[in-house]
Design a protein around this ligand. Structure first.
Ligand code: 5GP
Length: 179
């Protein structure tokens, strides 16, 4: 299927599953190289990262712990700015080597907030592993250690990523068709 419709929008095939999974294997190899003997705590950021994480951890061989967090967002009372809260954290973070596992980094604001929160909980070290990265949209100055694939500023779905909760189950990545 090279073209699909999700809700009201059309998407076309962009990155096939085998290319995504080759990139994920490379991320796993780099993690294996860097984290041997460090017992890292991987925090998978739900919902979007579920498929990336499932594939990634088939190839991560270091001794580690894996847990899941979610970022709930709600509008602040005094302004329209979105405040995000990290929920579901059931591990002690103090002194841990933490790796955040994320689906996609766009402006980088979401991860900025999350890194800050984990540092305040006294994590020893916080690094990021993202399946996709939009370098042209990124507006922060923190490093992203592990990147699967860099993509342009197009809106994409599939491999865990949704458009209004649909299309997460697609095994390939699709990009929006501009009209
Ligand atoms: P950031 O805070 O880096 O701007 O945005 C990160 C979040 O925005 C991601 O976790 C994801 O939920 C959403 N996002 C950014 N770009 C895309 C995209 O192209 N497609 C989808 N489905 N979500 C995206």
């Amino acid at each position: 299927m090279s073209r699909i419709k999700v809700h009201d929008k059309e998407f076309e095939i962009y990155i096939p599953q085998d290319q995504i999974e080759r990139a994920i294997k490379k991320v796993a190899e780099n993690i294996n190289r860097d984290y041997a003997g460090k017992n890292p705590l991987f925090l998978i950021v739900l919902n979007g990262a579920f498929m990336f994480a499932a594939e990634l951890f088939k190839s991560v061989e270091v001794e580690c712990e894996i847990s899941f967090v979610k970022l709930s967002s709600y509008s602040g009372t005094a302004s329209t700015s979105v405040i995000r809260e990290l929920i579901g954290l059931d591990h002690s973070i103090a002194g841990r080597n933490v790796v955040l596992v994320e689906d996609i980094i766009d402006t980088g604001l979401t991860m900025l907030y999350t890194i800050d929160k984990l540092r305040k909980l006294d994590a020893k070290d916080v690094k990021i592993a993202t399946m996709l990265f939009k370098p042209k949209a990124f507006q922060q100055d923190y490093a992203i250690e592990y990147i699967g694939l860099e993509i342009p500023n197009d809106f994409i779905v599939g491999y865990g990523l949704d458009y209004n909760e649909h299309a997460r189950n697609l095994p390939d990545i699709y990009k929006i068709v501009k009209t």
